[in-house]
Design a binder for this molecule. Structure first.
Ligand code: GLU
Length: 444
């Protein structure tokens, strides 16, 4: 088996690994699932991971697809398509969010599920990886319709998930309210004396209903914790640091607000409604309120700029915190940043990664940078299981400890294997899973 060290970003093609042929994968280089598996397999090759673990991780264990009808406010019924992909449970129950978005489809959900397996392993929470979603545009539905969609989706997949088996959480297009509807449906449909254990079927719930303090901001907080740990490597100080943020939803707005409070200058923000700029720094809190009220950055009191101008804005740190594959080679060539911290899952394409590598731009990969959400989800699950509430200091302290350890693990892997940070983070994750498979063996 080859152990040649080739930085992922320099690989010319994503079809190099023999596992692709062995498993009969299609070879579309723009397919997110192929890109994700290729990145994982590259790290597996450097680590010399056993072939059997590679083929297991190259495909999810279960891919669940459901169709379900929901009554709309005007009385007619609409059919929805939902997914739950259970990628791996070697380290614990499947874990990962539910995405409500009009572009949701199977290959993306599979990629996101694989990423969950990697991030849970890297931050050492005892969960595997899963992901789900519904193909729906939440902006087109009333709150009452969203509630019925959530409850009916829960009932469609309820027999295949569970508090010790597969635990969903919020993702793009879902929040604590969706989790409350989901948990309530699950509990009401599984009535028994143990019904309240059902509260652990999802995390990211409202604090009034089994949620954890600090869960809402957790992904953004984890982005900041990781960045702060790694900044000395690139010689940048948080105070006065120039930051731009792509996407100002849960992850982007919390990372922005926390960094702003630490003295960083948020100079540019872009989302699906437009892009804005202020050389002296935007008020991250006022912007979060504006986005919550208006649905995006458009109309905020700042200079409106084009998307290209957003990418060209000179910053120390760029935080992509929107959707996947937004930073291709085109955007990567324009970006004027020293560090890119991936708040979103898989925001950079392999071609974009290659450009960052050539230009010496440091990328803190998603499986490390955005693992704070699932880490606090784990704390929420533990609190539910032990009928306790942690105070915010305990949550923040434990989150920081997990993020800092994961960041150090990644830097150590980079030094040891002489690879880029992305490959190093995957190595940190795969090493742990590989050891679990070595001691467990493969049944029967
Ligand atoms: N959806 C989040 C993620 O992509 C959180 C998942 C969770 O808390 O289970 O990491």
């Amino acid at each position: 088996m080859s152990t040649t060290v080739v930085p992922n970003a320099q690989k010319s093609s994503i079809t190099m690994d023999p596992v692709f042929d062995e498993l009969g994968f299609p070879k579309d280089p723009n397919n997110l699932y192929l890109q994700t598996v290729a990145t994982m397999l590259h790290a597996a090759e450097v680590l010399d991971l056993r072939h059997r673990v590679k083929i297991i991780l190259a495909q999810p264990k279960n891919e669940i697809m459901v169709h379900f009808p929901v009554r709309m406010d005007d009385g007619h019924h609409k059919l929805f398509k939902g997914y739950r992909v259970q990628h791996n449970n070697a380290l614990g129950p499947y874990k990962g969010g539910l995405r409500f978005h009009e572009t949701v489809h199977l290959d993306d959900v599979k990629s996101l599920a694989l990423l969950m397996t990697m991030k849970c392993s890297l931050v050492r929470v005892p969960f595997g990886g899963g992901k789900g979603g519904v193909k729906v545009n939440p902006r087109e539905h009333s709150a009452a319709e969203m509630e019925r969609i959530t409850r009916r989706f829960c009932s469609a997949i309820m027999n295949m998930i569970g508090p010790e088996h597969d635990i969903p959480a919020p993702d793009v297009g879902t929040n604590a309210q969706h989790m409350a509807w989901f948990a309530d449906t699950y509990i009401m449909s599984n009535e028994s004396k143990e019904a309240n254990a059902g509260i652990r079927v999802v995390t990211g719930k409202p604090v009034e209903f089994g949620g954890s303090l600090g869960r809402e901001k957790a992904t953004g907080q984890g982005v900041v914790d990781t960045l702060v740990e790694l900044l000395p490597e690139v010689g940048i100080k948080v105070n006065g640091m120039r930051v731009s943020i792509l996407g100002y939803g849960n992850v982007g707005s919390w990372a922005g607000r926390i960094l702003y409070d630490m003295g960083a200058k948020i100079v540019a923000v872009a989302d699906h409604t437009g892009a804005i700029h202020n050389e002296n720094g935007l008020d991250a809190h006022a912007l979060a309120e504006h986005c919550a009220a208006k649905g995006g950055v458009k109309g905020f009191a700042a200079d409106a700029i084009s998307n290209d101008e957003f990418y060209r804005t000179k910053v120390d740190v760029l935080i992509p915190a929107a959707l996947e594959q937004m930073i291709t080679d085109r955007e990567a060539k324009m970006i004027d940043a020293k560090v890119v911290v991936e708040g979103a899952n898989a925001p950079t394409t392999p071609a974009g990664d290659r450009i960052f590598n050539e230009r010496g731009i440091e990328v803190i990969p998603a499986i490390l940078a955005n693992a704070g959400g699932v880490t606090v989800s784990y704390f929420e699950w533990v609190q539910n299981k032990t009928s306790t509430y942690w105070d915010i200091e305990q949550v923040d302290r434990e989150l920081n400890r997990h993020m800092v350890m994961a960041a150090r693990r990644t830097v150590l892997a980079r030094q040891r294997y002489k690879v880029d940070l992305r490959t190093a983070a995957y190595i940190g994750a795969l090493d742990h899973i590989g050891k679990a498979y070595a001691v467990r063996g493969i049944f029967p």
